[in-house]
Design a protein around this ligand. Structure first.
Ligand code: NAP
Length: 293
């Protein structure tokens, strides 16, 4: 039976990849590669046909056992791990040594153009090591509104970012999980290609908070601040330095870039329309208005 190993299985993307692999699966073994097996089993109590293997990006001793007899490796970069040579090179060398040939990597839209981001280096490494690959280049997650940006939305009814009027392309993580599962199951057909997975809307934060206010009935505002103030604000709130840098650049650099491209890969792969921002906000309304309940 074909084995598919999913890293980051307990996170935003991994949960959806596992969900859709299960929903679409006929005869593959799906394995969640997780740091804490007992904790992960609690998260997936409703998921049938899921195996677990202990796996830690930061502990090379876990790699070989996790990679044993795997046919397709779904790889992502956890947000706190940026050192490609320190963590991803040994990981991919171990994958190769364990005869893994196929890698599906969750990357970001535009990774091929930005030499400084880790995703670009990981894509290059996967090619250098001659894996068969599929790169899933995703645009900006709608779920940022219900994860990293949520505390301020709930507490202050505000989003503060250094993004000015920059437009982001908004994609539902569920759509990425579904497209990725489809690509994994049809690996041979799509191998050695990159797929931008985007939604159909480019909107700036002022436009998004307007929609949020309309749908939730709460006045949610947007404040753009300069990147240095933003970085120190995040540090003061206790955010780790590396992540604060990522948050700052992710939201500041688009001010100097052209609007994101919109791709129809999701629609072509699944035959469905991606989630609209309006649908997402309506679906997640309870989370966004949590403080008033
Ligand atoms: N946010 C965006 O708009 C956006 C857009 C495009 C691409 N991306 C990319 O998406 C990726 C993040 O995906 P995500 O949002 O799904 O991340 P996430 O929700 O933060 O999940 C991270 C996952 O990695 C696991 N993990 C962390 N450290 C680990 C370690 N040392 N060993 C094993 N597992 C470990 C976590 O497991 P535990 O349960 O053990 O913590 C969790 O399952 C990043 O590479 C980011 O650049 C993000």
């Amino acid at each position: 039976m074909k084995q598919i190993l999913v890293t980051g299985a307990t996170g935003n993307i991994g949960l959806e990849v596992v969900h859709y692999l299960n929903a679409l699966n006929s005869d593959c073994e799906i394995i969640a590669a997780v740091r804490h097996v007992a904790d992960a089993k609690q998260i997936f109590t409703d998921t049938v046909n899921l195996q677990f293997r202990q796996f830690d990006f930061e502990n090379p001793e876990t790699l070989s056992a996790a990679f044993h007899l795997v046919d397709v490796l779904f790889l992502l970069r956890p947000p706190q791990i940026s050192e490609v040579d320190k963590f991803f090179r040994p990981l991919l060398v171990a994958a190769k040594a364990n005869c893994i040939r196929n890698v599906v990597f969750l990357s970001v839209q535009g990774a091929e153009k930005s030499k400084v981001i880790p995703h670009n280096k990981i894509e290059n490494l996967i090619q250098e090591l001659e894996f068969n690959y599929i790169f899933v280049r995703s645009s900006y997650f709608m779920q940022n509104l219900t994860t990293t940006l949520l505390p301020e939305i709930v507490k202050d009814k505000r989003i503060t970012l250094p993004s000015g009027k920059a437009k982001f392309n908004w994609i539902d993580v569920k759509n990425i999980g579904e497209a990725t599962a489809y690509l994994i199951f049809n690996f041979a057909k799509y191998q050695n290609r990159s797929f931008e997975i985007t939604g159909t809307e480019n909107k700036n934060f002022a436009e998004v908070v307007k929609l949020m206010s309309e749908i939730t009935g709460e006045t949610i505002s947007f404040q753009s601040i300069n990147p240095i103030s933003f970085y120190f604000k995040k540090r003061k709130e206790g955010m780790a330095s590396g992540f604060a840098v990522v948050m700052t650049t992710l939201h500041f650099l688009p001010r100097f870039q052209k609007e994101p491209d919109i791709s129809d890969h999701y629609q072509k792969l699944t035959g469905k329309k991606p989630t609209s921002i309006r649908e997402f906000i309506a679906r997640e309304k309870e989370k966004i208005t949590a403080s008033q309940q």
